[in-house]
Write a protein that binds this ligand. Sequence first.
Ligand code: PLP
Length: 374
Amino acid sequence: MKRIRLSSPDIGEEELQAARRVLQSGQLSLGAEIPAFESEFADYLGSRHAVAVSSGTAGLHCVIRGLGIGEGDEVITTPFSFIASANCILFEKAKPVFAEIDPQTLCLDPSKIEERITPRTKAILVVHVLGVSCDMDRIGAIAERHNLFVIEDACEAIGTTWKNRKVGTFGRAGVFAFYPNKQMTTGEGGMIVTGDPELAAFYRSVRNQGRSAHDGNVFDRLGYNYRMSDLHAAIGRAQLAKIGEILKMRREVAEAYASELRDVEEIILPPGLGEDSTSWFVFLIRLSERFGPEDRREIRRLLAAEGIDTGAYFSPIHLQEFYRRQFGFKPGDFPVTESICERTIALPFHNRLGREEIHTVCEKLVSNLFARRS
Ligand SMILES: *Cc1c(COP(=O)(O)O)cnc(C)c1O
């Protein structure tokens, strides 16, 4: 039985050649690949500055610190995300204030944001979850009205657009990630984009131990080693060169899934289908309300037994033990998020997933679903 994997990076001859080029050069870090990757990324995105870092999480941390967000400050964000988008707020001892999501887009619900704003609120950290853009018009208007920063976690959304403009370019800063399950990968890695030259200079300094831009022996501030290596950057350049093709293949896989599952009443398809603005990260279906968490567990177990890997995205951030302990969150605080989180199943999804594999996954999913229902 051939396993159908949940995700799989698309590594070709170009990436191998890029890695070889760097290894043979002897300059494995702090070399020319980093500025080249940054400038190519900035061009692709349409942003003024891009700063490569060691991960998306590191990038988010730099952004929080660069805006001076710290103890006593609050940041409004979503509980339906990968935990790093809220942890970065905790790194600086600020408080994540969650707001409910829109059950259609699965992004922050703009109508639920203003009720969370207090005099301590400094920023709205939006997550373009699953490669679907948040409503940047409404969120931008709220931020302006209350004088707040907008930070974009675009780690799942490279190439996603809102009204023909790429996400990541709307906020004071945007962050991308290159872990192997993302649309493009460097192994580990991240990129911060911003239109603000001072913030860009700050990120360059803190990623490299807080070094001065003018004198490598002078340290202007507390910094970290959040550098990306040249090896990673070279692989990223090769991936970025074919990002259009990658996103097209992923869109085709998503549409193929949708055409197989569209008529299954018990399945709710993910947002963003049929829209050019979506950059497909994973294919996340939801079981209808008649199914509960035990049904999902059992269906996932049966699929695994048939060689089909699945995921459960996400586990609500506010219900993680250390968030509960620190902030007193409890089940029921964000009922829309919690109810959705209990019934999602991420299906195998990558660029080169074949039509037959997609068909097999859908067939097994639907037959297990029907067996469970009756
Ligand atoms: C992947 C991801 C991150 C973190 O990226 P890493 O590179 O793994 O640190 C942050 N936020 C979201 C929404 C993500 O999906």
